[in-house]
Ligand binder design. Structure first.
Ligand SMILES: [Zn+2]
Length: 242
């Protein structure tokens, strides 16, 4: 059976109510982020927990990168451009834009409307200020940019997560915390050091020395960067000057 195009009065009422719930639900991430910021900054968790990460993990089962995103979203909302930001996806999109370019990007997005995360990303990509340069000052070509940005944010999240965990174990050693008595701290810290070093291999450092991320130079078949167009700092040091 096909639904009628026109909503009945009852459907219209339900639609409005559901829509309001979605809108206010999407808004709550800012309140959550602001509350987390206050708890963190004033160390309100201190009676029962040693660190903020330990508190959020134990009390709410949320990892550090999720916590960090909520806090970042609240910071964006509280900033001058915040009045036009209405959900976490938009906050994340504008957070990815260099701070000095955010106001201009948002002004343009608002003008062309409607404000969506995709529109923010799209406008940001056209800005000169949004030009990403590698460690050698070379502009990252547009075809390389999506993977470059993804690698950058993935590695940042991982490095943050691993270093938080490593700090946890180091702290346990320092405080001789008995709940960890069956664990070999040196082994765990060693594993986390390895994971941390591996996450650094994801981080983009410089355009590939062989293909420079350019199609003409064989970017999509490049065996040095594996068609990423860029190298990590480690690979750059090893192969950057060949
Ligand atoms: Zn290459």
């Amino acid at each position: 059976m096909e639904l009628q195009n026109t909503l009945t009065a009852y459907e219209q009422e339900r639609f409005t109510e559901c829509q309001n719930k979605v809108a206010s639900g999407l808004q709550t991430c800012f309140e959550v982020g602001a509350a987390l910021t206050e708890i963190r900054d004033k160390r309100l968790y201190r009676e029962d927990f040693n660190t903020f990460e330990e508190y959020t993990q134990t009390r709410f089962q949320i990892g550090s990168s999720h916590t960090y995103r909520l806090i970042e979203a609240a910071e964006i909302k509280a900033s001058p451009i915040g009045e036009n930001i209405s959900n976490e996806a938009q906050a994340r999109a504008i957070a990815a834009v260099p701070e000095e370019a955010r106001e201009e990007v948002m002004a343009q997005v608002v003008e062309s409307g409607p404000v969506t995360a995709a529109a923010i990303t799209e406008v940001a990509a056209t800005k000169d200020d949004g030009i990403e340069r590698d460690q050698n000052g070379l502009e990252v070509p547009a075809n390389v940019r999506p993977l470059w940005d993804k690698a950058y944010s993935e590695s940042r999240d991982m490095l943050f997560a691993y270093s938080s965990l490593r700090n946890k174990f180091k702290k346990a050693v320092k405080e001789k915390d008995s709940i960890f008595c069956e664990i070999s701290h040196s082994e765990n810290i060693g594993l986390l050091n390895t994971l941390y070093a591996n996450a650094k291999l994801i981080a983009p450092y410089a355009l590939c020395s062989k293909c420079k991320g350019e199609q003409d130079l064989g970017w999509s078949n490049c065996d040095l960067c594996h068609a990423r167009g860029f190298l990590s700092q480690f690979a750059w040091k090893m192969f950057g000057n060949v």
